[in-house]
Ligand binder design. Structure first.
Ligand code: SAH
Length: 219
């Protein structure tokens, strides 16, 4: 498959849909999404669709990954710095590892945590050929964060719960940003952005989204 051309077309569509950050478009144009899905789904790898990755979980659609990474790069500490990378990022819900790979292009270090051992191992196998030395895969409950990597310039979650765990806010650096799905007032789910500054935190609810549930414990 001439994947570079197919990816370039995907990136053009993302730009037409309003993704404007060059760092995000560059990252999605680089990471070979077809390396993260089952061979039977490779032909769909660059369509704007979520795909099954096993154990009842899904890889998020490219437009949603792009949107969340773009929001993350809007963290207070990066305002007015359109070329800078984020510092350390915590990625909750590794899944197949695709988003962790994308994040490695826009952040200095990526700590990515998964609660399902089968997917943690699948992500390890998927990422191996890319030799991304700044991606650290962790097996554990992401609701607890990962204190050893804290404080984080950004925290991004691919699974949504009723609340944003207090540990994430504790482990976020001043000037950092959390981007995560969360239950909204109408019982659906919406993206929430939380910024941390010297005075405290600011929270904004954005558009509705559909992510798998954020669960507790490991399995
Ligand atoms: N970013 C992933 C998306 C995977 S779907 C990708 O690119 O493929 C979300 C993942 O979150 C699932 O694999 C699910 O098992 C995981 N998850 C749910 N609750 C979690 C928790 N408390 N800690 C860590 N991972 C969790």
């Amino acid at each position: 498959m001439a994947s570079a051309a197919v990816r370039a077309r995907m990136v053009q569509k993302l730009a037409a849909q309003g993704i404007a950050d060059a760092r995000v478009l560059q990252a999605l144009g680089t990471v070979e999404r077809h390396g993260f899905v089952d061979s039977a789904l490779v032909n769909q790898a660059y369509e704007d669709t979520s795909l099954p990755i096993g154990l009842g979980q899904t890889i998020s659609k490219p437009s949603v990954v792009a949107r969340m990474v773009e929001l993350l790069l809007g963290a207070p500490a990066l305002v007015g710095k359109p070329q800078d990378k984020l510092g350390r990022v915590l990625d909750i819900g590794t899944g197949c590892g695709y988003q962790a790979a994308v994040l490695s292009h826009v952040a200095s270090e990526v700590y990515s945590i998964e609660r399902l051992r089968g997917l943690h191992e699948k992500a390890r196998a998927n990422l191996r050929p890319f030799r991304l030395s700044t991606v650290h895969l962790l097996f554990g409950d992401g609701r607890l964060g990962y204190p050893k990597g804290a404080p984080y310039a950004g925290i991004v979650a691919a699974a949504g719960g009723e609340d944003i765990p207090a540990t994430w806010i504790e482990q976020l650096a001043v000037g950092g940003r959390i981007v995560a799905p969360m239950q909204s007032a109408n019982g659906g789910q919406a993206l929430v952005v939380i910024d941390k500054n010297a005075r405290g935190t600011e929270r904004r609810m954005l558009e509705p989204v559909h992510f798998v549930p954020l669960k507790s414990g490991i399995a």
